[in-house]
Write a protein that binds this ligand. Sequence first.
Ligand code: AMO
Length: 429
Amino acid sequence: MERTLAKEARQKTGRRVRLCGWVHRLRDLGNLTFLMLRDRSGLIQVVLEGKDHPELRQETVVQVEGKVVASDKAPDGVEIQAAKVEVLSAVEYDYLPLAVNSGVIKEGLDTILNHRVLSLRNPLVHGIFLVQQEIVRAFREFFRNRGFTEIHTPKIVAEGAEGGAEMFPVKYFKRRAYLAQSPQFYKQMMVAAGYERVFEVGHAYRAELHNTKRHLNEYISLDVEMGFIQDEHDLMAIENEFLRYLFTVLPERCGEEFAKYGVELTDPGAIPELTVGEAQALLKKEYGKSLAGGNIDAEAEKLLGRYIKAKTGSDFLFLTAFPVAKRPVYAMPMADEPALTKSFDLLYKGLEITTGGQRIHSHRMLYEKMVAFGLNPEDFGFYLDTFKYGVPPHGGFAIGCERLTMQLLNLANIREASLFPRDMERVTP
Ligand code: AMO
């Protein structure tokens, strides 16, 4: 008999079925035993004759065969009756270190992450990665439909793209290399290579000494780069459109997960914008908060998120016109105000989830910028030389996948949105 999934069994009343999965819960009711079976599709109640099943414990891997019967008392209106059960794989633990089967896991985050295979079995936690899968799928769909090509760029690189010292060195045969901080240079080079519009889903590495709720040392970057743009507003417009698409498909594809998290997604509409200058003036006026230079710190992001929500109802806010000093070397300065760049950040519920902007496409300008930034242009020849051969006006952005997942589901810590998070303390599991 072919295997039926728990979810499919609901449509098979009256039929005999075979199911496989884990023992989620056991309840002994005198002459009957209720076994809640869990598989990748969800849960279903199985009724076993007798109460003596010493071979069954929570998380035992089993196969059951029985008849699907409608029942008002079963959680989903059906149960499997007169079931035969066979153990496919026994368990050997003394006790379970965390609650797989009781809704929200009450144990601390360290326990949740140390016993990741078990915590991922918890249906609420399981749902996080179904949502993440749908974010990535929607990202691919949306950009492919608009003529973007999916690329895979190297993660072992010779130079950092984002400036700063936040790089992991790699011993690479006789020389030193690094783990890529971002696909920045390579996505630009792919625009230059004639693909014009590219996107990538890949890991990025940051040796940041930040042990915070919103930083990982390895994260999934959803990158976009696009040629023949007018300016950064073309990029903001396409990201806005992508988010509207995402917020349409997510409720259709994982409505159950959002319901479990008590989240209702509404159309983000046209995302409001503030320049960094305007945002700083507003923070001073409304909250008495002064920030030096073009700085917008984590607290400022939160305050701005709260302010824009109250004023406009939007969970999103674009910040634009960051100063040159706050952006990497490749950022395009404004023609009329060269101390500012054609760049932007996107805040979602008071947290930066995206950085983007127009890039410099003139070889001479980029060369001079590198010198002004104290970089040696020779170290960047593989990138810089590209601009001698005709590169269209272009730009792009990157969305932090875990940050987006975290904000969508209102998770308290970014580590919850990473299968096996890497942070300053954690390289296992
Ligand atoms: P940036 O460095 O701002 O820009 O990164 C882009 C987005 O990636 C996410 N992110 C992180 N998520 C978790 N942990 C981290 N340590 C971390 N660092 C970054 C954030 C952030 O907004 N090359 C540019 C993008 C571009 O201009 O195309 C870049 O990497 O969501």
